[in-house]
Each structure stands twice: as C-alpha cells, then as structure tokens.
Design a protein around this ligand. Structure first.
Ligand code: MF3
Ligand code: CO
Length: 266
C-alpha cells in the first residue's frame, strides 16, 4: 500500500533528508587517500547522533553500520572497513537518518583524484540518469516512467549495466515503503504517481555487466566482472508539475569542489 504524505509529514521527511545531505557534505570535506571507510562511518554516526537523530541503516535487518560505503567494484551495501582509500577510488556513500519519526535517504559517489576518464563518465551518467528519473516524478505519471528514463539513458545510450537486484523505494515512517522504484522498466507501467508520494530514486549503474555477486559478509554487493559501479540517490516528493527534491547535493558539491583530493565535474 502506498501511503500519501501530508504536507507536514513531507516537511519532516525534508528535515531528515537534508540532515543526510549535511552528513554527506561533512564526509566530503574529510575524504582523502589514507582515510579508512570505518573512519568515515564513525564520523557520520557521531554527526547524526549530535543532531538528535539516529542512523536509519544501523540494525536495519541486522545491518551493523551507520552508513554503506561501497568502493570501486562494490555497488551498494558496502561495509565500512579499516582499509585505507587510495587515489583513483570511487567511493559511494549511502546514508539514512531517522528524526522526528521520519526517514531521509540519499547517496553520492565521490572520486579520489586522479579518476580514470571512463570512471568520470560513469559518475556523470549515473548522476544525470538520476535527474532524468526525477523529472518524471510528477502527478499522473507512473513508476515505470521513472524507471524507463533511467534505463534508456544509461543502458541504451551508454551501454552501462543497470543493476536489477536492488531498487529505489517509497519512504517515510519506514525506510522502505511501497512502491518499489526499479531503475529499469517500461513507460506507462507500474503504480500511478500521486502528489505527496515520497520516494527514493537511486540508480546503481555499472561500467560493465549489470550482474552482481554478494560478498561473504552477506551484504556487500559487487559487480560480477569487477568493473566499477556508481550510485546516487535523492529523496523526492511527487508534485503536480515539478518534482521536489527533499535532499540536496548543493553542500556536498561545494565541499567536493573545495577538497583537492576529490575529483569534481558537477
Ligand atoms: N539506500 C539503501 C536502500 O534504500 C540503503 C539501505 S542499507 C541497509 O536500500 F543497510 F539499511 F539496508
Ligand atoms: Co534507499
């Protein structure tokens, strides 16, 4: 069942989503070769707790960390580890927070300079596909219109792999609510979008094959061919003419551009 939010609920989700964005911006400011993803996770958790919020992912279905940090061939749900990041790494960071009874969810992929040109393209196209999907999130369209826009752009135009196993989702009182929002599908198919539905749109795009494998930790999803993957996610609210993005990349991009260790072409 898809729950339509009240305007008041949308504002609370926005507050959580913007806190996620601030957390990602905080991490963008300290990312550099030599730092470990466990250190990033610790910083994120401390920051979230200091804002009278809790990390949505921690203990969700037994997930043991505040963030998912997926490096290089890791697609999503990467465990933070004590391994040091290095030049050329693609670091996808996914954060959720729960505050005032509502969740926000957003993700961003950072590149540690210098980044291979093919990886720069992967990041750019994934980000653009997210924006193309978001454009379709208006009253009267269907979920399949979002899915199709992402798939057409990444798969048909660039021949990248669209991950099938994991999808975007509704959110609000729960981290995962109906509807599911796949990154592949047919125009005009799926549930109808109505004003004040809140969904997370999150393309996971692989440079090579769409196929993935799971690590022994039971969580970390990796590309089957070992090629790199990118992941960007926004929490958005369906509106009449123009979708509303409740999370924001503005502060993240500001930090990304200010941090010489990070590649940025946003
Ligand atoms: N953004 C991801 C999702 O919506 C993150 C979930 S991680 C989990 O599925 F650990 F909470 F599962
Ligand atoms: Co999500």
């Amino acid at each position: 069942m898809i729950r339509i939010k009240t305007n008041e609920e949308v504002e609370l989700i926005r507050e959580s989503a913007l806190l996620v964005s601030r957390t990602l911006a905080e991490l963008a400011s300290i990312l550099k070769p030599g730092i470990t993803t466990a250190q990033l996770d610790k910083r994120a958790e401390e920051f979230i707790l200091s804002q009278e919020a809790v990390p949505s992912f921690k203990n969700y279905r037994g997930y043991p960390f505040a963030t998912c940090i997926s490096v290089n061939d890791a697609v999503v749900h990467g465990f933070p580890t004590s391994k040091e990041l290095k030049e050329g790494d693609l670091v996808s960071i996914d954060v959720g927070v729960y505050k005032n009874g509502f969740h926000g969810d957003s993700a961003y992929t950072f590149g540690l300079s210098p980044v291979l040109e093919e990886h720069q393209l992967l990041m750019k196209v994934t980000r653009e596909s997210l924006m193309l999907g978001i454009e379709k999130a208006v009253n009267g369209n269907r979920v399949g219109d979002i899915s199709n826009a992402i798939q057409e752009y990444t798969e048909r135009k660039y021949h990248f792999g669209v991950v099938r196993e994991l999808v975007g989702h509704g959110l609000g009182k729960h981290l995962h609510e109906d509807p599911q929002v796949p990154n592949y599908g047919k125009k005009g198919a799926g549930p109808k979008l109505r004003e004040n539905m809140v969904i997370a749109i999150e393309p996971m795009i692989n440079l090579g094959t769409k196929d993935v494998i799971y690590d022994d930790d039971g969580w970390t999803v990796r590309t089957r061919d070992g090629k790199f993957s990118a992941h960007y996610e926004h929490t958005i609210c369906v509106k009449k003419n123009k979708p509303e993005i409740l999370s924001s990349f503005a502060e993240i991009v500001f930090q990304e551009k200010n941090n010489a260790a990070l590649f940025s072409d946003y």
